[in-house]
Design a protein. Sequence first.
Length: 279
Amino acid sequence: MIDGILIGLAVLCAAYFVVIVVYAGIGTSFAFIWLFFAALLLFLVYGKWYYARNLDRIPGWVPVSVVTTCVAGVAVLAMLCVLVFLGAATSAKSNLDYVIVLGARVKERTVSNSLRKRLDKAMEYAEDNPDTILVLSGGKGPDEPVSEAQAMYQYLVYNGVRPSQLLLEEHSVSTVENLAYSKIIIDSHREVIRHQREERNRLTFQREPKGGYLIAADKPLDVGVLTSNFHVYRACMIAKKWGFENVYGISAQSDPVLFIHLCVRECASIVKDRIMGNM
């Protein structure tokens, strides 16, 4: 019974690898993890068979250790997947001060499908919340004709978003840099606004006894992070690490065929960023 389940899971993993390669190409990031899963499951089947025929030669702690490691690994993966799914199910909060739109690959003549889904979600949010500033974050990769931020800007303006509603961050090459550099852009923009308001005397809520004015402190910012659904949890955690106090995820749809693969890959990225202190 157990052998049949393990073999069946191994076949499913191998089949999903083939689907990924046919659908998205052999170069799809992290695709070979599914072959690793298939090989691991078959190894467990072989190990169980070998142990049953060599009980007197194999110490008891060996199968216990193998089973414990496998159960712990599955439990950790399941916990991380729950966090990813919860992030994917996040509903957008209205009237945020800023929304950071994370970039994705830019093709030679157009944006990728993943980036288009993010931008369509950004357009929808900008239409419903015209006072929110969108920070378009993404640098230029070695095989990209323009920066991701510039490509996003062109796409959004072409589709009717006001240029005055957009800020560009064009130097980041990772999620961590997306959020770190976007914070610098937002802080600089807030400083410009604050000086403009001071000059026009529009932040005067309380008079001083001698006739002067006290400038009201800026309220804590409400910042959204707009990215693909599987990426929301990690992006929000990194944003909090970089000093954003009130962070809200905004989830854009991802490719349904690759969704499971992207979630598993994201689990590995969460572990990596946790170890590196990025979240």
